[in-house]
Design a protein around this ligand. Structure first.
Ligand SMILES: NC(=O)c1ccc[n+]([C@@H]2O[C@H](COP(=O)([O-])OP(=O)(O)OC[C@H]3O[C@@H](n4cnc5c(N)ncnc54)[C@H](O)[C@@H]3O)[C@@H](O)[C@H]2O)c1
Length: 249
């Protein structure tokens, strides 16, 4: 067994499903005590039970309640996210604000809440689950692409401020990952692109990727676990793609 994260406390947002659940499992498997933070209370509780961790039921859209928060985690995985696919002229302004709040403002507030403990210990790992859409754009994803590009900036600023104090901050940039978030957008993508649902994978999601398959959540999680380790101490301010070659174009 790999005990490289023994004694570390990790907090994973959106930890009840998909990439977050895979990260929680990977960090726990290496010895970390994991807090599974999610708006899905039963999902967070079930996984926390399985991992011997704890569940934190939280709606990260309630950003006002995060302003006075103080966190004692050593590893923070900013992962919770949602998607909305629509052309800009039809994109609801309220939906745009919601996506920015959950995927940019909440990560800022959680980093802000976690840094004092990390600075006091001289160790911290901020791992931001960005996306290839943090580096590249796709049509119909104005809010998501804006939030992820913003997260890239936030991550780099965190890296610069934390560098001398033992805190690293990095982004992981996956292409399409096999999770409910992707399954939910297949119908919308089919309608917007005027193609059958069965063709969305090949004609929309994997067109730019050299490796023509979805990323598995466990693959993303293994990179996150390495970023959390002592081995990755010189990795900061970076954005590690796992996009099957998409961003090589
Ligand atoms: N699936 C992909 O193809 C893909 C690719 C690149 C990046 N990402 C990013 O990975 C992250 C996770 O995505 P996923 O595909 O695993 O999604 P998912 O839908 O499987 O899981 C998202 C989790 O976030 C939680 N969540 C949603 N709103 C919340 C809120 N207000 N407060 C607290 N928790 C909330 C959900 O309950 C869920 O457990 C997201 O940031 C996403 O942008 C996903």
């Amino acid at each position: 067994m790999d005990n490289s994260l023994n004694g570390r406390k990790a907090l994973v947002t959106g930890g009840a499903s998909g990439i977050g659940a895979a990260c929680a499992r990977a960090l726990a498997a290496r010895g970390a005590k994991v807090v599974v933070a999610d708006v899905d209370a039963p999902g967070a509780a079930a996984l926390a039970d399985e991992l011997g961790g704890t569940a934190w039921t939280v709606d990260l859209l309630d950003v006002d309640s995060l302003a006075a928060l103080s966190l004692d985690c050593d590893i923070l995985v900013n992962n919770a996210g949602i998607q909305k696919v629509a052309p800009i002229e039809e994109f609801e302004p309220a939906e745009f604000r919601r996506i920015l709040a959950l995927m940019l403002e909440a990560p800022f507030l959680l980093i802000r809440a976690a840094l004092p403990h990390m600075y006091a210990n001289g160790f911290g790992r901020i791992i931001n689950i960005s996306s290839v859409h943090g580096l590249r754009a796709s049509a119909y994803k104005s809010a998501y692409v804006s939030a992820k590009h913003g997260l890239e900036g936030l991550s780099k600023v965190t890296a610069l401020e934390g560098g001398e104090r033992g805190v690293t901050s990095n982004c992981i940039n996956p292409g399409y990952v096999r999770t409910p978030l992707v399954e939910k957008q297949i119908a919308d993508q089919a309608r917007l692109h005027g193609i059958p649902e069965a063709e969305v994978l090949a004609k929309v999601m994997l067109t730019e990727s050299a490796v023509k398959r979805l990323v598995e959540p466990a693959e993303v999680a293994s990179l996150a676990a390495w970023m959390a380790s002592d081995d990755a101490g010189m990795v900061t301010g970076a954005s590690y793609t796992m996009d099957g070659g998409w961003s090589a174009r």
